[in-house]
Write a protein that binds this ligand. Structure first.
Ligand code: NAG
Ligand code: NAG
Ligand code: NAG
Length: 627
């Protein structure tokens, strides 16, 4: 708990320091007399890379809005400053595929998927939110037969530029930052062409971030090429482990951790998040940190289950969980804004942990102190250097513009044991009136303190959501939706290919409303897409189940269709999925296989099937049979 120190009587600094050391452990000065540090650009999160918000969009109200409030509403929850979204490219990008606005040449549609909707919901809550976009995969036609987006850099730049124009034209969304190709190669010429094309379209204000991979080789490339140096506004690195490299700092550009966290959203993940939010700046001069991912809204059995700032993976029940990373975010986001500045006086605490301080330049000060222990900071790439954390007293001395601050509001989090756990709790203010700007905190491990002149923080709360429920045992969808708000049917999570509502206006009968696989070409992949397209729904642990589906094969040449149960893998692992797959082919054959690739065959033979005709497939799986 914070305790104002007795101590300084305005004597010389040296005796005070000695006194403080003896009585209160180490002393840390927070001072702006020597100027300020770097400009703060905000804390954010990624929706996509891929399909991580898939299930959120199907939540019933009011729960869907409540989740959005916890993420975006200022002074309520995570109150994020930045939303970064995937530019859907039709390919598998970790937990599913997201649709492209241009599946084919000359195709254009700015109403597919849910990222447009999500950006608008974020903007509704925080009109100042920074919007970023980045492609992971690209539609196949851009590659002209190659699995490579830089075959024709003009074409790819045009494709990305139209997405930005579409965001403005159809949704009134201003995209602030555009990236290159997530965690893949960049092409220097492409970056320059993209800049020129954006400028030509009057989009000078859209900044370029590169290259959403490691610090190198982009930094050295920029140092060797003055035009590239000019057109890249921000260097974004992924999972930097709080560190940067000399080349990056030499560019003089803003440095961001443009993807980070990727950790289970329990207290271990929250500890990791608290630590990197401070130390990305202290160790690596990064002025923005962006979490992958925003909200765990995908089937938990998919890769990286629950690696979102909160969990909302049950649209059928409305149940969601506001996890501790939301409140860890609040410690920073609710008390700073992009445009504030870090103080130069930031650093590590003697017995582990760290502190940062930021100011709006108008006299406001926010100090964030974390003591996340190593065991609570297992990031995907562990932060360096390591510090073990132990009980300590830390004395802070406010100097410069801050020496006269009378009162600091205090917010507190303690992770770990339920009996001691607190999440974003407001404590009594710290009064500094007679202390010459000096105060001492007693710190234990896994704590987070925010001390601030701002009075605006609040721990938002909605009434508790409904209880958790498994996916309904009986489920049916006839896709009979006139003018659907989303292009995809509820709860279907595409893992290869893109399935969209399709109204067959020539069919007056029972197959007028359908869900259709719309790709005619393999995308420029980011991950290992399967060779057969697939969308999953429900729960793969089910036994004794029956799946029934009306199917239609469009392609008489090589066409085929399958239904499957107990599909055990998805996301980037989809290619190796096992389960029970029942296939029919336009050439009049059928098959039952154990794998999606179709190598392990249980049964096969001839059957009276052709293309361009509807059939009803039924698959019954008995308990244990195929375990
Ligand atoms: C948006 O930013 C402006 C300018 O910094 C500020 O005055 C305003 O309060 C902000 N609005 C919200 C909702 O945060
Ligand atoms: C701090 O911020 C508040 C709210 O933005 C503002 O009204 C005030 O003038 C700022 N400065 C000080 C010294 O509080
Ligand atoms: C029928 O088509 C499937 C899928 O293209 C193929 O694997 C199979 O060999 C074909 N069978 C015959 C008898 O042509």
């Amino acid at each position: 708990m914070p305790t104002a120190a007795a101590g300084s009587t305005g004597r010389a600094a040296v005796p005070l320091l000695q006194c403080a050391l003896l009585a209160f452990g180490s002393t840390y000065v927070l001072d702006d007399s020597d100027g300020l540090g770097r400009e703060f650009d905000g804390i954010g999160a990624v929706s996509g890379g891929g399909a991580t918000s898939r299930l959120l969009v199907n939540y019933p109200e009011p729960y869907r809005s409540q989740v959005l409030d916890y993420l975006f509403k200022p002074n309520f929850g995570a109150s994020l400053h930045i939303l970064k979204v995937e530019i859907g490219g039709d390919g598998q990008t970790t937990d599913g595929t997201e649709p492209s606005h241009m599946h084919y040449t000359l195709d254009e549609n700015y109403f597919r998927g849910y990222e447009w909707w999500l950006m608008k919901e974020a903007k509704k809550r925080n009109p100042n939110i920074t919007l970023m976009a980045l492609p992971w995969s690209f539609p196949g036609w851009l590659g002209k037969g190659f699995n490579w987006p830089y075959v024709n850099v003009q074409l790819t730049a045009y494709y990305v530029m139209t997405w930005i124009m579409g965001a403005k034209h159809y949704h009134d969304l201003d995209i602030d930052y555009i990236g290159i190709w997530n965690e893949r190669a960049f092409d220097i010429n492409y970056i320059k062409v993209l800049r020129r094309m954006l400028n030509y379209q009057g989009l000078q204000q859209v900044k370029i971030i590169a290259s959403d991979n490691l610090w190198e080789p982009i930094s050295t490339s920029m140092l060797l090429d003055s035009e590239l140096l000019k057109v890249v506004d921000v260097i974004g690195a992924h999972y930097p482990g709080t560190c940067t490299v000399t080349g990056a700092t030499l560019t003089g550009k803003k440095l961001w951790s443009s993807e980070d966290f990727s950790t289970l959203n329990n207290d271990v993940g929250a500890g990791c998040w608290g630590r990197i939010l401070n130390q990305n700046y202290i160790n690596g001069y990064m002025t923005s940190t962006i979490a992958w991912n925003l909200v765990a809204s995908y089937y938990e059995q998919l890769p990286y289950g629950r690696c979102g700032l909160m969990t909302a993976q049950e649209p059928w029940s409305g149940h969601y969980v506001v996890e501790s990373p939301i409140w860890v975010s609040a410690h920073t986001t609710q008390f700073t804004q992009p445009g504030w500045y870090y103080l130069k006086t930031v650093g590590h605490l003697e017995k582990g942990g760290s502190y940062v301080a930021l100011t709006d330049g108008l006299g406001n000060l926010t100090i964030i102190i974390e003591t996340m222990s190593h065991k609570h900071s297992v990031c995907i790439r562990p932060p360096l250097p390591y510090f073990s954390v132990s009980h300590q007293f830390a004395t802070f001395v406010l100097k410069g513009s801050f020496s006269e601050i009378p009162e600091l509001h205090v917010w507190y989090t303690k992770l770990g044991k339920p009996s001691q756990r607190h999440l974003f709790k407001q404590l009594d203010s710290l009064w500094l009136l007679n202390s010459s700007g000096t105060f001492t905190l007693e710190l234990q491990e896994d704590e987070l303190f925010t001390l601030t002149t701002l009075t605006t923080g609040s721990k938002g709360r909605h009434t508790l959501p409904p209880k958790s429920q498994p996916f309904p045992r009986s489920y049916k969808d006839d896709f009979n939706v006139v003018d659907p708000f989303f292009s995809e049917a509820p709860n279907f999570a595409d893992q290869t290919g893109v399935f969209e509502y399709f109204v067959n206006t020539e069919d007056p009968g029972e197959h007028r409303f359908t869900l259709r696989q719309v790709l005619n070409q393999r995308p420029i992949t980011w991950a290992a897409d399967a060779h057969n397209t697939i969308s999953i729904i429900g729960d793969y642990t089910w036994s004794n189940l029956m799946i029934k589906c009306d199917v239609y094969i469009e392609n008489p040449e090589k066409g085929g269709v399958f239904i499957a149960g107990r599909v055990d893998k998805g996301g980037v692992l989809i290619r190796s999925a096992w389960g029970v797959f029942f296939w029919i082919f336009a050439n009049g054959t059928y098959r039952v296989t154990r794998d999606l690739a179709g190598w392990f065959i249980y049964a096969s033979g001839h059957v009276d099937v052709t293309a361009k005709k509807w059939y009803t497939l039924t698959l019954t799986i008995k308990a244990g049979l195929f375990l």
